[in-house]
Design a protein around this ligand. Structure first.
Ligand SMILES: O=C(O)[C@H](O)[C@@H](O)[C@H](O)[C@H](O)COP(=O)(O)O
Length: 260
């Protein structure tokens, strides 16, 4: 049974530092069981700060980076090397500083790649790459130890936006056109793929996220927010700063001395 946790940090910087440390420990743990580990990276400002904190952490070398598989949860469908691509951000903030195995770094196709400016074909290509890495777990997908997801003000995760076709897509990867967050054309893992992960970590900082976070965490019943529809097989973690946690009720007290 998947557990959901909510961790609230004082501010965005402490969230980034703590999440970087948490991710490093989680990767070391995964490798202690299986030699390899896998993480699905996200884009956005919160993620970039976490990547830099990982890069600068003295504990980073506890991970055997040559045996970590890096996937992406979504990508802006732009030419390779474009500064707006999530791949570019992750390479500059983290991957370029690590002894990664290039064969284990799996960026989503770029718009100047083999499929040209056809995002549907590019999505299919990434689905094929995922399937090739499948090792007997979920058919067509590799094991994802941790999926990182930034959360948008509208409750989107990756490039799955509320009421957009990707919400209803049952394939593991899909193309997105008309995304409300520029750029409009993107590739994204769907909730189908995300929810196979062992752990899903949702990252949100700032008051602008509070409403979406509060609704996603507290609403019962069919909530039309993608952020409310993703969960890890074993654990779902909400990693928030105080501002983003504003609308999240405090956990029920476990102190037996507290009056009901
Ligand atoms: O490509 C992207 O833009 C991201 O993958 C997207 O899902 C992002 O994580 C959220 O929009 C949060 O972004 P911020 O952390 O910048 O608010």
């Amino acid at each position: 049974m998947s557990q959901t946790g909510v961790v609230v940090h004082a501010d965005a910087q402490s969230l980034a530092q703590a999440t970087a440390a948490r991710l490093l420990v989680r990767l070391v743990d995964a490798q202690s069981h299986r030699e390899t580990a896998s993480v699905v990276l996200t884009g956005g400002r919160s993620a970039a700060v976490i990547y830099a904190a990982m890069r600068d952490s003295p504990a980073r070398d506890a991970v055997d980076w040559s045996k970590v598989d890096f996937w992406w949860g979504d990508e802006r469908f732009l030419p390779s090397g474009d500064p707006e691509r999530n791949e570019t951000q992750a390479r500059e903030a983290l991957l370029d500083a690590l002894p990664v195995d290039p064969a284990r770094v799996h960026p989503m196709p770029a718009s100047d790649g083999p499929d040209g400016d056809d995002p549907e074909a590019a999505a299919g290509r990434y689905a094929d790459e995922l399937a090739r890495a499948s090792r007997g777990g979920t058919p067509g997908l590799p094991r994802f130890d941790i999926v990182l997801l930034g959360v948008g003000e509208d409750g989107h995760i990756a490039s799955v936006f509320p009421e957009h076709p990707a919400v209803y897509d049952t394939r593991p990867v899909t193309a997105v056109r008309g995304a409300p967050k520029p750029p409009p054309v993107r590739l994204t893992l769907t909730q189908v793929a995300i929810n196979t992960a062992t752990e899903v970590w949702l990252l949100a900082t700032g008051a602008g996220k509070a409403s979406a976070v509060g609704t996603a965490i507290t609403a019962s019943g069919p909530v039309r927010l993608p952020a409310a529809s993703v969960h890890g097989q074993e654990r779902t973690l909400w990693l928030l700063d105080r501002e983003a946690a504003r609308d999240v009720p405090p956990p029920p007290s476990t102190n037996p001395l507290t009056p009901p």
